[in-house]
Write a protein that binds this ligand. Structure first.
Ligand SMILES: [Zn+2]
Length: 201
């Protein structure tokens, strides 16, 4: 049986329109996160009531209330479920990578928010689950000239990586990497295609 939550959009325009319905988005994410049925992130309880107006479940065992975001990689994010789903759609669709610049443009959010989204979604993809399992990257604070050296060294070995990949691989702050890459391009020390903008097709 096809319900709206099983439908997978085929174009970006459709994805944006489809997931704009937050009930559809919520149902889709709940199925993705809990294929065996909604499960309380606090106690693992399977019996609950659903508060439609708040898109919130109330666990019958521990009495805690939770949304689809609680205990997942989407936790602590003020971004709506529609943005999360369109970002997931984009990352799944653009198999060879999409830059945070493009994600930010498509979703109408800041590049920093786009980075956060992409980071968490890629984490979920690597883990094979939306559950928050830890595994957050601890970024290193190093001087800018050392960071520049490391970025150049990394790009010699991996010339087609974007700023996001560089930041994760070197465990450096995303904004710093983006800024340094732009600087390197302006100084002609990097190939003209800004690695932060690369979406290889
Ligand atoms: Zn519970």
């Amino acid at each position: 049986m096809n319900t709206p939550s099983d439908y997978i959009p085929t174009t970006l325009v459709e994805a944006i329109r489809h997931y704009a319905d937050l009930d559809v988005a919520n149902e889709f994410l709940a199925k993705l996160r809990w294929p065996g049925g909604v499960t309380c992130p606090e106690c693992g309880g399977k019996e609950h009531s659903y508060i439609t107006t708040r898109r919130t479940w109330a666990c019958k065992a521990c009495k805690k209330r939770f949304t689809v975001k609680v205990g997942s990689v989407m936790e602590d994010s003020p971004l709506g479920l529609d943005k999360w789903l369109v970002a997931m759609w984009l990352l799944a669709d653009c198999k060879n990578g999409i830059s945070s610049h493009e994600v930010s443009r498509h979703l109408g959010i800041s590049q920093k928010s786009a980075w956060f989204l992409m980071h968490r979604i890629r984490l979920a993809m690597q883990q094979g689950t939306l559950e928050k399992l830890g595994g957050e990257i601890e970024f290193r604070a190093i001087p800018r000239d050392q960071a520049t050296k490391e970025i150049l060294g990394y790009l010699r070995l991996h010339p087609h990586k974007d700023s996001y990949d560089i930041a994760v691989a070197l465990r450096l702050d995303f904004d710093l990497v983006y800024e340094l890459c732009e600087l390197l391009v302006s100084q002609n020390r990097l190939a003209p295609s800004d690695p932060s903008q690369v979406c290889q097709d």
